[in-house]
Design a protein around this ligand. Structure first.
Ligand SMILES: [Zn+2]
Length: 229
């Protein structure tokens, strides 16, 4: 049984959002619900909205807001999320989605929105410095290369930069994120639910800042996390 905490985590690609979302979920004993996993699971389980979403993805089209919301609503209606709470990761992406989520959860339905804030130059450096093994997908960074000349430590495969990680592509995605997500942050700030966390530094320190930040927004104080088993 979890703590009933209902949170969502926002942040740019490369901000370390996923890692922190998992830690927060573990801390409070609630399910971690990432958008990617949720869509894959809904499509596999052939839920009504899962099937619709799959159609759009198969055609390579953007899944429209009402279908995205439908998938989220189906997931949040499951027992674990209803009884225990949740940490949403990667949703909402747009202001419309944020408003729909608020309607879905009702007033007092969300405890806080955590924004892991990392300057654009920092994530640009993290992502554009990334190198990936063609064979096994192991990741390296120009500051932490494999031992021998860009050959994978595990299998000797070529370690290269993916096209997606080239600065122009990253810059474009970051601009899109800024354009779509800035209004989401403003929306939660207006509801006094936004906790902006400095996302630069040691992951343990960042996690500590998140817990401090959560103490100062939204439904305060948050229910205590469940006692360790
Ligand atoms: Zn490899």
């Amino acid at each position: 049984m979890g703590s009933g905490v209902r949170l969502l985590v926002l942040g740019k690609q490369g901000a370390g959002k996923g890692t922190q979302a998992v830690r927060i979920a573990r801390h409070y004993g609630v399910p971690h619900i990432s958008t990617g996993d949720m869509f894959r699971a809904a499509a596999a389980a052939r839920t009504p909205f899962g099937l619709k979403a799959k159609e759009y993805m198969k055609r390579g089209e953007l899944v429209p807001d009402d279908v995205v919301i439908g998938v989220v609503a189906e997931r949040l209606a499951k027992d674990d999320a209803v009884d225990d709470g949740f940490v949403l990761d990667g949703f909402p992406r747009t202001r419309v989605q944020a408003e729909e989520l608020q309607r879905l959860l009702g007033p007092g339905g969300l405890d806080a929105a955590v924004d892991i804030d990392v300057p654009t130059e920092v994530v640009l450096d993290r992502i554009s410095g990334r190198r990936v093994c063609r064979t096994c997908g192991a990741t390296y960074h120009v500051d932490h290369p494999p031992k021998v000349d860009w050959l994978c430590d595990k299998d000797g495969g070529d370690v290269v930069q993916r096209d997606d990680d080239k600065p122009e592509s990253v810059q474009r995605r970051l601009e899109l994120y800024e354009q779509d997500t800035r209004p989401v942050l403003e929306f939660y700030d207006g509801l006094n639910l936004l906790a902006t966390i400095d996302g630069v530094g040691d992951p343990d320190d960042i996690f500590g800042r998140i817990l401090d930040g959560l103490a100062s927004v939204g439904r305060s104080p948050l229910p205590a996390p469940p006692a360790p088993q």
